[in-house]
Structures are given as structure tokens and as C-alpha cells.
Design a protein around this ligand. Structure first.
Ligand code: GDP
Length: 426
């Protein structure tokens, strides 16, 4: 059976924890999109880890971890990450890398940084991991695919062609040092050396695994609202964050994805610029940020303080719908235990009209939140294992959100640890 774990919102919903948890019942865990630009934080019996490239299943002995063709593969980051977990006592992961994945090159990172510098104050808040230049090149058909590392004649010709094109921009737009084709070739040879033992025809591997009835988990990065088509364009990422893309980014038939677990956090947070309707500021935001997640809401890659907001039913309903949600995992609920009252955004007022349907970006910029205030439960819910044992106001909060978004909350996460989960039969 294939299932996907994806995000309903802006990312940082706690997908890493849910993937790590569901990983226990999985044989194979695959990253199908994105790159080293975002991080998952995972807490388990080995300690606390921030992963950027490795699938969140690397901590189990029985799982195979796969980098799918849809990923922006940063080879040095991948191997640094493998080393960092092995150094901390985690057994070396069984790792496979798709022969159709493309590689983030050093110039992609440079172009990312140069473009941010050029845009200065108007920048998109990139993490400078080279993701946007990488995907631009992939679709412009000048990217380097892992399979090409094994054809030196092709590489020798291609590095000249790529350098020629990149150098026009470097010289005339950015006024930066030019690329030498021979340096590119050296870089590619280095990557070949590192990745060769792991290269695999992943779609064929998965075809066989599905036939054998293996449990396969697709791990998404970021969330619906960062999808280039269905998100808050242009403040989005460069690859699709939707479960549907899991079929493409891993190389499996779409109808094989039987369960789509969409992760929703019990309040909102976002990084980077862009409209954020239920955003809060000042002391109210600072307190939620300090108490949020596991040790505060700060970027796993950048350490940047995240923007904070109350739960947004409009964005989450849309986020779940676009994912094709079968199950909602409602996370970080324990953090809200300090509040007397919990505001929730239940509608957007746009040009004097209230809607519960998430609009396109130019209308979103005008949206004002319509709030409803629910009573808090004023207690610590960590350690609770059964849904019925949650305080009544806490259950009311969950059930209110469930009704607003229209998808079943079957898992409630009440702590960062693997076992801190309450299953609900729906
Ligand atoms: P991801 O990219 O979606 O995996 O999100 P993050 O890595 O930003 O995860 C959110 C943070 O919340 C991490 O620090 C997790 O350890 C933490 N976390 C996940 N679930 C829970 C939960 O139920 N309660 C608390 N307190 N923290 C959680």
C-alpha cells in the first residue's frame, strides 16, 4: 500500500514527526519533491535531528530510504547528513537515489544568492539552497540528471554549453566571476564518485515493491500553500507540494496512493513573505512562538523566527482539499494549553463579503480574518493516550476545526515524540 504524508499549510506542520511515526509500519520511505531548503525536525530515541534531504524514515533499520526523481538532489548535503546521523549512533541507512533525479549544482546556489542580492528588499526570502535556479534549469532542459554522470562524453559537451549560457548572466546581470567548464566537470566527477553506489532505477524498484505488497510512504515537503500552482504564487516553492505529485516525483501510478495523511498544526506559522490572513503580532505572537513546536517556532534550516497566527480554517480546508486528504493529523495541540481563549479564523472578508473558500493571491492580499473565539482547556495534555481523556474544551476545539475543514482528524499529536499520538477511529 502506498500512502503519503503532506502538509496542509505553509510547511512546518510537523510532517517529520508523523512520517517518522508512520515509518515504523513502512518498508520504503521516499522523498518526492523539494530539496535541502526546508527541514524536518525529528525527535526519537537517538535524539533530536534536523533533516533537510534524507527521508524521515532513516532512523529505522527495516526501511529503505529513497530520493525520488522529483527531488532537487544536493549530493554534498545528502552525504553530510548521512554522516551526521551515523556519527550520532544511527545505523547507516539503506539509501537509494533515483537515476532520474537531477542535481543541485554549486552555481545554482550562487545564482540564488546573487538574485536575492539583486532584488534586495523585494526578495522572496529564499533559503539560498539553489532550489529555484535548479528547477528553472530542469524545465529549461539544461539540468544534470544522475544518469548523465555515467556518460563522460555527454558531460564534456554539456558543461561547455551550460557554462556559456550561465556566463552571460554572470557577466551582464550579476557582475560576478564566470564559470569554467572544467570546474563543472570536476564537480560532476566528484558527485559521481559519491552517489554511484546508491543509484537505482527507482520506478522499477517501486513497481516490484508494490506488486510484493510492500508498505510505501511518500514524504512531502512544505505544504499546499507553497505549491507553485495551487499555492500563494509567487511566494511559493518551485516543485509541487501536493500528494498527487508523489506519483510523478517517485514514479508510481497515481491510483496506487491509497491514503493521504495531511498534517495540520493546531495554530499557524509561516516563513518568508506573502499574505498570512490570521497572522498575529507583538507579545501575543512572541509567546506562541516561544512555546510553539518543540523549543520554539524558528526555521529548521535558517533559524529565522517564524511568523505566527491562529488556526486558519479557510486555508486548512483548502489545503486539505487540494491534497485529496483521507486523514488529517492534527499536531502540536499541547502547545495551546496555556491559553484562556483560543481564536480561530473561520472566514475571510474580501471587499465586504465573507467567504470560506481560499482565494487567489491578489484577493488574498485584501482578505481580513473573521474570527471566532473558543474556550481554552488550561491544562497540559501531554501524556494522554485516549481521545476521551482529553479535556472537554480540547475535544471541542478539535471537533470544531474538523467540522470547519470537512476532513476527518484521525490522529492528534500531543508532543514531539514518536509515541505522543492519539488515534481516533472515524
Ligand atoms: P515539518 O517540516 O512539517 O516536519 O515541521 P517541523 O520540523 O517544523 O516540525 C514542527 C516542530 O514541532 C518540530 O520541532 C517537532 O519536533 C515539533 N512537533 C511535532 N509535533 C508536535 C507536537 O504534537 N507537539 C509539540 N509540542 N511539538 C511537536
Amino acid at each position: 500500500m502506498v500512502r503519503a504524508v503532506v502538509g496542509a499549510n505553509w510547511g512546518d506542520e510537523g510532517k517529520g514527526k508523523i512520517t517518522d511515526m508512520l515509518g515504523e509500519q513502512s518498508d520504503i520511505i521516499i522523498r518526492f519533491q523539494g530539496g535541502a531548503n526546508a527541514g524536518h525536525t525529528i525527535v526519537n530515541n537517538y535524539g533530536k535531528f534536523a533533516l533537510h534531504t534524507l527521508p524521515s524514515g532513516v532512523f529505522y533499520n527495516h526501511t529503505t530510504s529513497i530520493i525520488g526523481n522529483g527531488v532537487a538532489l544536493d549530493i554534498p548535503v545528502l552525504f553530510k547528513e548521512v554522516k551526521s546521523i551515523v556519527d550520532r549512533g544511527v545505523p547507516a541507512p539503506k539509501l537509494l537515489v533515483s537515476d532520474r533525479a537531477q542535481m543541485v549544482m554549486s552555481y545554482h546556489k550562487l545564482f540564488d544568492a546573487y538574485e536575492e542580492e539583486r532584488l534586495a528588499g523585494k526578495s522572496f526570502g529564499s533559503t539560498k539552497s539553489g532550489i529555484a535556479p535548479f528547477y528553472s534549469d530542469k524545465y529549461a532542459k539544461i539540468g544534470f540528471q544522475v544518469s548523465e554522470l555515467f556518460d563522460d562524453e555527454l558531460l564534456k559537451e554539456k558543461v561547455v554549453r551550460v557554462a556559456e549560457q550561465k556566463n552571460v548572466m554572470l557577466e551582464h546581470l550579476y557582475h560576478k566571476p564566470l564559470i569554467k567548464p572544467e570546474d563543472l566537470l570536476d564537480e560532476l566527477h566528484e558527485y559521481k564518485e559519491m552517489v554511484a553506489p546508491y543509484v537505482c532505477d527507482v520506478s522499477l524498484f517501486l513497481y516490484k515493491a508494490i506488486k510484493e505488497g510492500k508498505n510505501i510512504l511518500l514524504e512531502g515537503q512544505l505544504g499546499t500553500l507553497k505549491d507553485p500552482d495551487h499555492g500563494i504564487y509567487p511566494m511559493v516553492t518551485s516543485s509541487s507540494t501536493l500528494a498527487a505529485y508523489g506519483a510523478i516525483g517517485a514514479g508510481i501510478p497515481p491510483y496506487e496512493i491509497k491514503q493521504i495523511v495531511t498534517v495540520c498544526k493546531a495554530y499557524s506559522s509561516a516563513v518568508g513573505a506573502g499574505a498570512f490572513v490570521s497572522e498575529i503580532f507583538g507579545e501575543e505572537a512572541d509567546e506562541l512562538r516561544r512555546r510553539g513546536g518543540d523549543g520554539g517556532e524558528y526555521g529548521a534550516t535558517t533559524g529565522r523566527p517564524r511568523r505566527m497566527g491562529w488556526f486558519d480554517c479557510v486555508a486548512s480546508k483548502y489545503g486539505c482539499r487540494m491534497q485529496g486528504t483521507t486523514d488529517v493529523a492534527f499536531t502540536v495541540l499541547d502547545v495551546l494549553g496555556y491559553l484562556d481563549e483560543i481564536p480561530v479564523c473561520i472566514g475571510y472578508e474580501i471587499d465586504g463579503e465573507v467567504t470560506t473558500d481560499f482565494p487567489t493571491t491578489h484577493l488574498l492580499e485584501k482578505a481580513k480574518p473573521v474570527m471566532k473565539v473558543l474556550p481554552g482547556w488550561k491544562s497540559d495534555i501531554r501524556g494522554i493516550k485516549n481521545y476521551e481523556d482529553l479535556p472537554e474544551n480540547c475535544r471541542n476545539y478539535i471537533e470544531f476545526v474538523e467540522e470547519q475543514i470537512g476532513y476527518p482528524i484521525t490522529m492528534v499529536s500531543n508532543g514531539p515524540g514518536r509515541d505522543e499520538i492519539i488515534y481516533r477511529n472515524k
